[in-house]
Design a protein around this ligand. Structure first.
Ligand code: 2AM
Ligand code: CA
Ligand code: CA
Ligand code: CA
Length: 264
């Protein structure tokens, strides 16, 4: 394993320890309301600090972008961290959440970890080295037809400016796929696409820390990721379409008629 990936795994496991301990007594947690439907708990913050400590101890000169504490440092290496993706699920004891850590080198995805502490599912990838689930190589599914596919998504929850567009997309997907799932952790949804547990995924307006690691997992598992035009802007816009190559193309086709100029 690449030494930087080993460090990322160590950081993710450290965070998972904090999350697992806290999950024993979620009612005891202090929860803050950031804005409508946007919660942060002391667990998010403690897990994030643990991750940053592990990463900066190993690589003191590296830069960080993390959900709860923002950006720090200036380096061609930047770690992008979501310490707890799926906080709403976590706070309800609904066991679908993850730790997501990615390393970008000169803006290019280089290393990725998505860890599901409830199931002990560790997804990892290094650029050019394939994607793994607990040390076994994973590949995207080989399903060819959208009509037979299981598709993941995330609902708009705070910014409702694209709600009508989203619901029109959703309506179409319900009728043209074998099923749509909304598990609630975008990082884990993308890892599931990499592992072939989902055939595809789409969502509007995610954050960089939700998607960075998952996108490398999918690419290293033989899948495709793009914005709604199939282009490369998804890391910046957060508009993500992903899937095995066949389903990716069909998803873009279904979504195209719904696009507005505001949606790249
Ligand atoms: P978070 O838990 O790290 O904030 C799914 O659509 C994504 O949106 C998740 O990755 C989740 O990341 C984020 N999100 C934030 N608040 C949410 C909410 N109230 N409901 C659903 N998703 C939320
Ligand atoms: Ca959050
Ligand atoms: Ca998130
Ligand atoms: Ca989070």
């Amino acid at each position: 394993m690449h030494p930087m990936l080993t460090t990322a795994v160590k950081a993710a496991r450290r965070a998972a320890g904090i999350i697992n301990r806290a999950s024993q007594d979620i009612d005891a947690l202090t929860v803050k309301h950031k804005s409508h439907n946007d919660y942060v708990s002391e667990v998010d913050r403690a897990a994030e600090q643990a991750i940053i400590d592990v990463l900066l101890t190993a690589y003191p000169s590296h830069a960080i972008l993390a959900e709860e504490s923002g950006a720090q440092g200036d380096s061609e290496f930047q770690w992008v961290i979501d310490p707890l993706d799926g906080t709403t699920n976590f706070l309800h004891g609904f066991p679908q959440y993850s730790v997501s850590i990615a390393l970008l080198h000169k803006g290019q995805l280089n290393q990725a970890v998505v860890y599901d502490p409830s199931r002990n599912d560790l997804f990892t990838a290094s650029r050019g080295q394939g994607a793994y689930l607990n040390d076994r190589r994973i590949r995207v599914s080989n399903r060819l037809k959208l009509a037979e596919s299981l598709i993941g998504t995330g609902f708009p929850y705070r910014d409702f400016s694209h709600l009508d567009v989203y619901l029109a997309m959703f309506r179409d997907m319900l009728q043209k796929t074998s099923g749509v799932r909304r598990p609630g952790s975008a990082a884990l949804d993308l890892a599931y696409v990499a592992a072939g547990r989902l055939d595809g995924f789409w969502e509007i307006g995610l954050n960089k820390w939700d998607i960075a690691a998952g996108c490398l997992l999918i690419q290293e598992a033989g899948g495709l990721v793009g914005d709604f035009h199939g282009d490369d802007t998804y890391i910046e816009t957060g508009n993500v379409v992903a899937g095995n190559p066949k389903i990716f193309a069909q998803l873009l086709q279904i979504l195209a008629p719904h696009l507005t100029p505001a949606l790249k």
